[in-house]
Design a protein. Structure first.
Length: 406
């Protein structure tokens, strides 16, 4: 049985499969949580309220997804899933009425597993929850990609609970959804708001599809009610399409076409010591209205806390660079800039001031995210290096400043 990390995906083909959700202690988990499976359209919205499968509604309209015993198991006939269903989301929520202090953090871990029709385990996604305060979550999803089904480990939590999860899929619950937390991420620049005026903050994003799809960090747009994009050649409005807070990724879509599209590097991932380039809009325009370019090298293939989803690089970054592309010497994307080391805290702890310790989400994770939401991206095999000036000129067409209002 293969173990997956958040953001990873694996092909599972066709036929009948079983998906289960479990945790320990089992009795407490069953008493405090409820699991569900939703059949979703290509836009991420539920096809019909009757396509929410749970203990209360044990079968989808077409019968392709069924809730089974023991509680928390779903049996799926992938060949019978209607063509209109692009994805099937497996969700989990704390049962209403248990009190505000009951979150997923009360469980040591939650496992989402996939087995074949005979019960032979194929995949498992163990999600550590010791520090999580969410009360609703998208655990995993199955999605169609190039004619076959794939399984993706998600782990996207919702601190606002079941109402926020329902709204994410286009469902409406009787009670109004509470406001979700709004917090500045490590790569945002947030401007002090005038009394009564909305907060403003900014970051960077880059276009990944000719129809105007833009990739950025989730923390760049978290808490935003209005999102705009700006570059020397473009100004447009952006709407959120899908967000993955666990892996700090978000997909937006422009209301107008964009002049350029980024290309991901195919095959060989970023190597230790290779040259990388950061293009972005740091410090909310204090350094000028155009994109800023810095260079460095990959200094580690592991992020903070031995996080294998991230890599470390030395190209200087500032607040506002988050969400921008980390490019190789040919101008292909090898990562998404996400954060920098907190030098003030490190100085307090060690007396030393570290320099140019920055982190990016590896491109493999970003590509898996795009595949999961059904957005095709461009990629190419590694080529010889080019002049940084040529790469910067090319990037001006697909790198955008993300301006948000809360």
């Amino acid at each position: 049985m293969q173990e997956l990390q958040p953001g990873q995906n694996r092909p599972i083909g066709h036929g009948r499969v079983v998906i289960g959700v479990a945790s320990e202690p089992r009795e407490e988990f069953l008493a405090k949580t409820q699991a569900g499976a939703l059949l979703l359209a290509a836009d991420g919205r539920i096809l019909d309220p009757d396509d929410l499968v749970s203990a209360e509604q044990p079968r989808s309209r077409d019968g392709s997804v069924a809730f089974a015993e023991p509680p928390g198991e779903f049996r799926l006939d992938l060949d019978a899933v209607p063509a209109a269903a692009a994805r099937i989301a497996i969700v989990l929520a704390v049962r209403p009425g248990l009190g505000s202090g009951t979150t997923f953090a009360v469980f040591a871990a939650i496992r989402c597993w996939l087995a074949d029709a005979a019960g032979q385990p194929l995949l498992v996604f163990p999600l550590p929850l010791a520090s999580r305060g969410e009360t609703a979550m998208i655990l995993a999803e199955l999605y169609r990609h190039q004619g076959q089904w794939k399984f993706r480990a998600v782990g996207q939590g919702f601190a606002a609970g079941l109402p926020a999860l329902a709204a994410h899929f286009g469902l409406r619950l009787p009670e109004p959804a509470p406001d979700e937390r709004s917090a500045g991420g490590p790569g945002q620049r947030r401007e002090p708001a005038r009394p009564g005026a909305p907060a403003s903050f900014s970051g960077t994003g880059f276009c990944v599809h000719p129809e105007g799809y833009v990739l950025t960090n989730h923390h760049v747009i978290e808490g935003a009610n209005e999102i705009l994009a700006r570059s020397p050649r473009q100004r447009c409005r952006l709407e959120p399409v899908f967000a993955d807070p666990t892996n700090d990724l978000a997909l937006l879509r422009s209301d107008t076409p964009l002049p350029g599209v980024a290309v991901f590097r195919e095959g060989v991932p970023a190597r230790l010591g290779e040259t990388v380039i950061v293009v972005g809009y740091p410090l909310g325009g204090l350094l000028g209205s155009g994109p800023q370019v810095t260079t460095g090298n990959v200094s580690s293939l592991i992020g903070p806390g031995d996080d294998t989803r991230a890599l470390q690089f030395t190209a200087p970054t500032q607040a506002g660079n988050s969400g921008g592309p980390l490019l190789d010497g040919d101008g292909a994307v090898v990562g998404v800039v996400s954060s920098k080391l907190n030098v003030v805290r490190v100085h307090e702890m060690t007396g030393d001031i570290p320099q140019n310790v920055n982190f990016a989400i590896k491109s493999a994770l970003a590509r898996g995210f795009l595949e999961a939401v059904g957005v095709d991206y461009q990629s190419r095999a590694p080529r010889s290096s080019r002049f940084t000036a040529d790469i910067a000129a090319e990037a001006r067409d697909f790198v955008l400043k993300i301006e948000c209002r809360g």
